[in-house]
Design a protein around this ligand. Structure first.
Ligand SMILES: [Zn+2]
Length: 347
């Protein structure tokens, strides 16, 4: 079990939600930057809601319900995750989610893992929630990242939120709440988890990697949270990311070949690179509109020079990341975006 106390930046959000856990509405939307531990917070809330003998605002960790959850076999915990995100989830979430696409996987093991949470998964969830609880009487459904619901699955989810089964909690977790229909957002209480300031991230990483000095600012500027930095360090990919950050923060890309930039992006994974570019575009749009920095304590040195181009890039990448595409399409799309950035920075 990961102790939520390890993530000091989530303490305020946890105190806020755990203080009133007995009177929470059935729709709970947890938002905040990527990679800051929102999934762990959702899991801790699930423990508390399903525990048979909670101690004030903490799950006991001992009862049958807590044990079932820890062993990833709780009958009243239902998790929907897109297939391509399954490996990045904390273990109990991963194992519980597997139940919902075992049959699909068996049907076609050669197809690409889906990026979306389809309507069939939400229908199956709906059928499961109708059944009687196997433990405490309460049932918890976790959907993460909830922005991967497509329009059909959002409609199906809306019905669940409008006519909830008794003692059911639906926890939606996302870094992109603007992608959810307003009708869904309006039926949930929202818990916003603030991003850690760079100093907090630095201390957290220093405790884990006392031998390594990591410049966390470029990661923060690209919307990469502490848990993602941790995964990058574990994977030995630090240098690849730092090379790319240097390029994206240069005042000019004069003479830079867009295909070389695309190659550097590909090296960290095309989807990861596209999310970084999308985050940079959104940060630029926000800062131009409000004058407020998206990442606390980070100056935004932009990869984009004008508002129109930032908006266009942000929307196009968002659309692309939702669509089912092949590897060749991904590469071409990435090259298109890199071409735009290089041309703009030269003008
Ligand atoms: Zn318990």
């Amino acid at each position: 079990m990961i102790d939520l106390q390890e993530f000091s930046w989530l303490t305020a959000a946890w105190d806020q939600v755990s203080a009133r856990w007995k009177s929470l509405s059935h729709g709970i939307l947890i938002t905040g930057n990527p990679g800051i531990g929102k999934g762990h917070l959702a899991l801790e809330l699930t423990r508390l809601l399903l525990c048979k003998e909670p101690n004030e605002d903490k799950a006991c960790g001992q009862c049958a319900s807590c044990q079932l959850l820890e062993n990833s076999v709780h009958p009243d915990f239902h998790v929907l995750v897109p297939e391509n995100e399954i490996d990045s989830q904390p273990e109990p979430i991963r194992e519980h989610a597997n139940r919902y696409f075992m049959s699909e996987k068996a049907a076609s093991s050669s197809r690409k893992p889906s990026r979306v949470i389809g309507v069939d998964a939400v229908r199956l969830l709906s059928e499961s929630l109708v059944m009687k609880s196997g433990q405490t009487g309460r049932k918890v459904s976790l959907i993460t990242p909830a922005d991967r619901l497509n329009s059909n699955s959002m409609n199906a989810l809306l019905k669940l939120l409008e006519e909830p089964t008794a003692d059911t909690y639906i926890i939606l977790v996302t870094a992109r709440p603007y992608r959810l229909a307003a009708t869904i957002r309006s039926r949930c209480i929202q818990l916003e988890c603030p991003a850690p300031v760079p100093q907090m991230v630095r201390s957290w990483l220093d405790r884990r990697y006392p031998e390594t000095t990591i410049d966390v600012l470029p990661f923060a500027r690209c919307g990469i949270g502490p848990l993602q930095i941790n995964a990058i360090l574990v994977g030995g990919e630090q240098a690849l990311f730092q090379d790319l950050f240097k390029k994206l923060c240069m005042p000019t890309l004069t003479g830079t070949n867009p295909w070389l930039l695309a190659q550097e992006c590909s090296a960290i994974g095309i989807q990861t690179a596209l999310r970084i570019l999308q985050y940079r575009a959104l940060a630029q749009i926000r800062e131009l509109a409000t004058g407020v920095e998206s990442s606390p304590g980070c100056n935004n040195e932009s990869a984009f020079s004008c508002r129109e181009s930032s908006i266009q890039t942000f929307l196009e990448i968002g659309q692309f990341l939702l669509g089912p595409t092949g590897a060749v399409d991904e590469q071409l799309f990435l090259e298109d975006i890199c071409t735009r950035i290089c041309e703009e920075r030269e003008s």
